[in-house]
Design a protein around this ligand. Structure first.
Ligand code: NAP
Length: 307
């Protein structure tokens, strides 16, 4: 069984920043990432609000963060974590491929996009239904598509999708947007965009691929079809905290509760990034969390005589 001082679950900006700090502190560190290092930024075409990079692709930033952490000695493995428990003061982390021991664990597993939960959504996933504009936008050149949601993600991605699509409908369940003002202005000034207010998607229909969505106006209860070949859903986020919630205290939305040190309700377990509630789910916030969690985890190991 491999032993580490610190195991970090998740290789997004929070996890990779934590790995960098731990590795630079000469703590034997393992990052366990189930897909590919980078997390959600892999779905972001262009990042302009990460200090030091006036414009960088999500993929390139992810690769740089991974190389940076590796350069200082962090070990990064592509394995899915299945279980974590405490055993005689140590943390035991079971993955699809092995079992690892650590003095402390940092949970930085982020989360997943929320599903609408309507008929046709699952069936037509990848056939017009998408949660990733960057991945799938280019498939909809000159086509008519819909984006669902009214937050920063929906509005930002609707603007991005106008690069490809001929027409973008933004479907929002209220008559005002949650997104920040500057994004709203950009959206509303874009001639390719039409906002459908006070409306929800009731069905996504199509024989082999998306052909239309059925909308319901929540004020009039009137149903109307909208012919689209793609539906991009951006209605929020579900944190990946389920795996660990047996003993961990979560808030009412399922995010892991932490204190200012990123300590969770379980001793020696820290949380960083989108797995805990953020006012703004930004790369910078995730990095900041990762750094704090790493420093706090190191202090914990010292205090317990584990390092
Ligand atoms: P969000 O801010 O929670 O917005 C979710 C949107 O989806 C809301 O407009 C909500 O409507 C709507 N919605 C929720 N459930 C729905 C349902 N079942 N049917 C229809 N609509 C539904 O989520 P987000 O946009 O993913 O953003 C999450 C966080 O990340 C935010 O803090 C945001 O600032 C941040 N973020 C920032 C950027 C950026 O700065 N560029 C980009 C993306 C995300 P209501 O408004 O009616 O509740």
């Amino acid at each position: 069984m491999e032993r580490y001082y610190i195991i970090i679950v998740g290789g997004g900006p929070a996890g990779l920043t934590a790995a960098l700090y731990c590795a630079r502190a000469k703590l034997n560190t393992l990052v366990l990432e189930k897909k590919m290092p980078g997390g959600q930024i892999l779905n972001t075409e262009r990042i302009e609000n990460c200090p030091g990079f006036d414009s960088i692709s999500g993929l390139e930033l992810a690769q740089r963060m991974e190389q940076h952490a590796r350069k200082f000695g962090a070990n990064i493995k592509l394995e899915e974590v299945k279980e974590i428990h405490s055993e005689k003061g140590a943390k035991v982390v079971k993955t699809t491929q092995g079992v690892y021991h650590a003095g402390a664990v940092i949970l930085a597993a982020g989360g997943e996009p929320r599903w609408l939960g309507v008929p046709g959504e699952k069936e037509l996933l990848g056939k017009g239904v998408s949660y990733c504009a960057l991945c799938d936008g280019p498939f909809f050149a000159e086509q008519t598509i819909a984006v669902v949601g009214g937050g920063d993600a929906a509005v930002g991605e609707a603007i991005y999708l106008t690069k490809f699509a001929g027409k973008v409908y933004l479907i929002h369940r209220r008559n005002s947007l949650r997104a920040k003002k500057e994004l709203q202005e950009e959206l509303l000034n874009n001639p390719k965009v039409e906002v459908v207010w006070d409306s929800v998607v009731e069905n996504i229909e199509g024989k082999h691929t998306v052909e239309r969505i059925m909308l319901k106006n929540v004020k009039t209860s009137k149903n109307s079809p909208l012919e689209v070949s793609g539906v991009f859903i951006y209605i929020g986020f579900v944190p990946n905290s389920n795996l660990f919630n047996k003993n961990l205290e979560l808030d009412e939305r399922g995010y892991i509760k932490t204190d200012y040190k990123m300590s969770t309700s379980v001793e020696g377990v820290f949380a960083a990034g989108d797995i805990r509630f953020q006012l703004a789910k930004q790369i910078t916030n995730a990095m900041s969390d990762g750094a704090t969690a790493a420093i706090a985890a190191e202090a914990y190991l010292k205090e317990k005589g584990l390092v």
